[in-house]
Design a protein around this ligand. Structure first.
Ligand SMILES: CC(C)(COP(=O)(O)OP(=O)(O)OC[C@H]1O[C@@H](n2cnc3c(N)ncnc32)[C@H](O)[C@@H]1OP(=O)(O)O)[C@@H](O)C(=O)NCCC(=O)NCCS
Length: 147
């Protein structure tokens, strides 16, 4: 198992990962997933910061990936975990934790000290993972669906 920077050829698999995640996190809206927009964003970020999209490879096959972004905010630089995904057959082996540790190194190397992310409350596996990696719940996002 190795972690390497994203190559352009990886894009279709990452789109499939994102699409699967959207079905988990937004079951009512996943149909609106805009693959082209996602692709443009990944390619743009990977070009500006090659280590912002890191891919986990097992025997030549992509097992998971992490996509992070550095935002410049009024409070200084802030890291954002944009997406993290590990293929089902590779889960519960500490690989997501490994990708998050790798992202920490990337952020530190760019002078980022604060990292945030958004996660769906139903996604208990991801919440446990993030808590284990040192994230704390600091804000709540509230939503209302208009009929
Ligand atoms: C969430 C996800 C990335 C976890 O990947 P993973 O490689 O299985 O996670 P790890 O093996 O690194 O787990 C690290 C820790 O997270 C917690 N954890 C991970 N999966 C868990 C689960 N299903 N149930 C409970 N805790 C879990 C555990 O505390 C675990 O540490 P431990 O095994 O020492 O107790 C993976 O399930 C996934 O890709 N899900 C679909 C995409 C997704 O939801 N991404 C996050 C969107 S915000």
């Amino acid at each position: 198992m190795e972690i390497r920077n994203f190559h352009k050829d990886d894009i279709e698999e990452l789109i499939a990962f994102k699409s699967e995640s959207m079905r988990i996190s937004f079951p009512l809206h996943a149909i609106n997933f805009n693959a082209e927009k996602f692709k443009t964003k990944i390619l743009k970020n990977a070009e500006a910061y090659p280590s912002s999209v890191r891919v986990l490879v097992d025997e030549g096959k992509i097992a998971g990936y992490i996509f992070v972004v550095i935002q410049k905010t009024g409070l200084g630089k802030c890291g954002n975990i944009h997406h993290l995904f590990v293929r089902k057959e590779h889960r519960n082996k500490g690989l997501a934790k490994m990708l998050l540790d790798d992202a920490d190194k990337f952020f530190k190397s760019h002078g980022v000290r604060r990292i945030k992310l958004t996660v769906t409350l139903d996604n208990s596996a991801a919440i446990k993972l993030y808590e284990k990696s040192g994230f704390k719940k600091t804000r709540a996002v509230m939503e209302k669906i208009l009929e």
